[in-house]
Design a binder for this molecule. Structure first.
Ligand SMILES: *[C@@H]1O[C@H](CO)[C@@H](O)[C@H](O)[C@H]1NC(C)=O
Ligand SMILES: *[C@@H]1O[C@H](CO)[C@@H](O)[C@H](O)[C@H]1NC(C)=O
Ligand SMILES: *[C@@H]1O[C@H](CO)[C@@H](O)[C@H](O)[C@H]1NC(C)=O
Length: 499
């Protein structure tokens, strides 16, 4: 079902009157997309207007997803859709990834009301999560992936366990806890050294430290094995957790977490495949769908959420750039929708992985996903901003393809074969006349992905899960909370890129 924008606005106000903290911060902007008096959507609004309206709507979507009517306080729906498909569940990982953003929103605002709005959501999430850790469940531990919105464990057959969930939740709640403590909160409600554990973060860290090497289902809940995403998320949880542990007088645990993180670090390199030229997503697959390419956008999602600014599989590291480029080229070629539209400046719609057959309702053929496309946008903004801060970047054979696609200037300078040897690099820095031009082009390439989202929105600000690979029509769960969060992240990264 596709809601008209007007209907969505009406629905919003109904929700507002029912639950007071669901307020639209700037309601006027959203309506700008509707032609006065007609209720008809205006498709061709300028990109900036679309982004502003979609951004506000996405923030509202995130707020409305937490503690909705008929749910336990602190539960986050993946989507309000209850049938075809039913996404009215709380997923531990998906929620954690959204809370990772909410913790940033909370940390960065100086506005008192905003702080309260996001702080309440984060506190409720932490409390609800602690409750979930104690609920009887089929995984027999925090790796249980999915709960009913009333906080009881989902009873059906499912991909269990999903051990990335506790790791993501731990680093998201830790980020919140740091800001909260800074504003006078008591960290010991979130982390205490007690064993057996009594607090939400410590429970997730102990589980992660002992189980990161167990077979687990992946972020799409389809493949059992050992996954790059899970490893990188576990590493981050343990490293930021170790700092928290030190602070909470739990230095023995801190040391244990750091040692486990070092073991994970060693494991990560086995995911780089020099022949393929990208980071593969899974190793030791023993159950679930088989992906002959082993190429998956979840590697990019991992770098964005779980990179640690230490160059180890961070978004700007050459291996992640090479992977992002391989994904982009593959989907550019795979989806008919990427070849049809004639408007210039629109980047490719991105899917999860090339062999995907989940169509948003059942199994037929895979499609582009809104969140995958938004993460690619974020990656481009993030890396351009990073190189701008650093004042330089280097091209080599590993990452040249990324630059050639994202920057016409680089494509002109370096023909297809000009940088063969991995060790031979060309560095651009602020003294170079082309430095800024290339960064601008990388940023424009990021805009391409957001233009793609704009193009398919057709005036409707509801972000679904997917677009049909042929027609571009929205598909799958409506109002997908993760789509909103990925969009907000991309726009925030765009704002931070000031060249
Ligand atoms: C999960 O369920 C088991 C029993 O099935 C229970 O012992 C456990 O406490 C539950 N939660 C956790 C975090 O282990
Ligand atoms: C929780 O929700 C599920 C699904 O709607 C339902 O089957 C179950 O009975 C509910 N449990 C409680 C304790 O309300
Ligand atoms: C490109 O790859 C090389 C070799 O790994 C690396 O030294 C360089 O920093 C990378 N450049 C960028 C911009 O990531």
């Amino acid at each position: 079902m596709k809601l008209s924008l007007l209907f969505a606005v009406t629905q919003t106000w109904l929700a507002c009157s029912a639950i007071t903290h669901f307020e639209d911060p700037r309601p006027v902007k959203r309506v700008r997309l509707v032609k006065q008096g007609t209720g008809k959507a205006v498709y061709h609004v300028p990109l900036e207007d679309y982004l502003a309206a979609q951004f506000d709507h996405a923030l509202l979507g995130i707020q409305q997803a937490v503690s909705p009517p008929e749910a336990a306080r602190g539960a986050m729906q993946a989507s309000p859709s209850r049938e075809h498909p039913n996404y009215f569940y709380h997923w531990v990982r998906d929620t954690g990834l959204v809370m990772d953003l909410v913790a940033d929103l909370y940390a960065e605002t100086s506005d008192q009301r905003e702080q309260e709005r996001w702080g309440t959501i984060l506190a409720d999430h932490a409390t609800f999560s602690r409750g979930l850790q104690l609920v009887p469940n089929q995984s027999g531990g925090p790796g249980e992936p999915k709960f009913y919105m009333n906080g009881t464990a989902f009873q059906g057959t499912w991909g269990r366990p999903q051990n990335d969930g506790p790791a993501v939740r731990a680093f998201a709640i830790t980020k919140y806890g740091e800001t909260w403590a800074h504003r006078g909160g008591d960290l010991s409600t979130l982390y205490r050294p007690d064993l057996p554990t009594t607090t939400v973060i410590k429970t997730d860290l102990e589980y992660t430290a002992h189980h990161w090497d167990d077979p687990s289902f992946d972020i799409w809940e389809e493949v059992r094995g050992r996954h790059f995403f899970n490893l990188l998320a576990s590493r981050k949880a343990l490293l930021v957790g170790a700092e928290l542990a030190d602070r909470q007088d739990d230095s023995g645990a801190a040391e244990f977490y750091r040692n486990q993180a070092a073991l994970i670090r060693d494991r990560l390199d086995s995911y780089w495949d020099p022949e393929l030229g990208y980071v593969v997503t899974s190793r030791n697959r023993d159950e679930g769908v088989s992906k002959s390419s082993n190429l998956d956008v979840q590697v990019v999602v991992a770098a964005i959420h779980a990179g640690l600014d230490d160059g180890i599989y961070t978004p700007e590291s050459d291996r992640i750039l090479a992977t992002a480029d391989a994904i982009t080229r593959r989907f550019q070629y795979l989806f008919p929708v990427n070849q049809q539209q004639k408007t210039s400046g629109i980047g490719p719609a991105i899917g999860r992985y090339p062999e995907d057959v989940y169509d948003g309702y059942g199994v037929s053929i895979g499609n582009p996903w809104v969140l995958a496309t938004a993460y690619l946008a974020e990656l481009h903004y993030y890396v351009a901003a990073k190189w701008h801060r650093d004042g330089h970047f280097t091209l080599t054979a590993v990452n040249l393809s990324f630059f050639r696609r994202a920057s016409p200037t680089v494509a002109r300078r370096f023909g297809a074969d000009s940088l063969r040897d991995d060790n031979v690099g060309v560095t651009f820095d602020t003294h170079n006349a082309e430095f800024r031009a290339i960064l601008k082009e990388v940023g424009a390439s990021g805009d391409g992905f957001l233009r793609r989202i704009h193009y398919h929105s057709r005036g409707d600000l509801n972000l679904y899960e997917q677009w049909d690979r042929v027609t571009g029509q929205a598909r799958g769960a409506k109002d997908l909370t993760w789509s909103y969060a990925a969009f907000v992240r991309a726009v925030r990264a765009r704002k931070r890129l000031q060249l």
